[in-house]
Design a protein around this ligand. Structure first.
Ligand SMILES: [Zn+2]
Length: 172
């Protein structure tokens, strides 16, 4: 007990677990190297990036598989619901409206959910370089195409129809 109160005892090896609460995940924000057991501040032994408690706490573990399914899957569930409503007597229009809204939601939701999960859990150096960066571009492209087809498409079609109609009236 006496030596626990020793004011000079800071360099003395301490119990690793409970004296100083480690940063929540304790990883290098650039490369993801675990900083557990290292000093509060310093340079990452793996990539040399300097870290502090704030940056070490930035990366959080991935959400559980079920949470990822809920985050990404609710528009799909909504689509199934729309189909279910649509096949019922008199529900076709409502089903189509909900179905359309859910397809648009797939594009928006996937884009923002994936982006926030990557920011939260993937080290910067991995997120911005190499294969992950390529996959992010592919994913973004897919989301943009979905939105272009289902939002931009009908819009252009609608505007086109209006122009054609107004031209038609003009020529008469
Ligand atoms: Zn690092």
């Amino acid at each position: 007990m006496a030596d626990q109160d020793d004011p000079q005892g800071q360099s003395r090896p301490t119990e690793p677990s409970d004296l100083k609460p480690a940063p929540r995940s304790g990883r290098c924000h650039w490369c993801g190297y675990s900083l557990k057991g290292l000093a509060d501040r310093g340079n990452c032994p793996e990539c040399g990036t300097s870290y502090a408690p704030e940056t070490a706490a930035r990366l959080q573990p991935w959400p559980s598989a079920s949470k990822i399914c809920v985050r990404l899957g609710w528009p799909i569930a909504g689509l199934m619901l729309a189909g279910f409503i649509g096949i019922n007597e008199g529900g076709l229009l409502m089903g189509l409206i909900i179905g359309y809204a859910m397809i648009v939601a797939v594009g928006f939701n996937s884009y923002f959910q994936v982006r926030s999960m990557l920011r939260r859990s993937l080290p910067e150096g991995i997120r911005t370089q190499g294969p992950v960066a390529i996959w992010r571009k592919i994913g973004t492209t897919v989301c943009v195409i979905i939105l272009l087809v289902f939002v931009g498409g009908p819009f252009v079609f609608g505007v086109g129809c209006l122009i054609l109609l107004s031209n038609f009236k003009w020529s008469n």
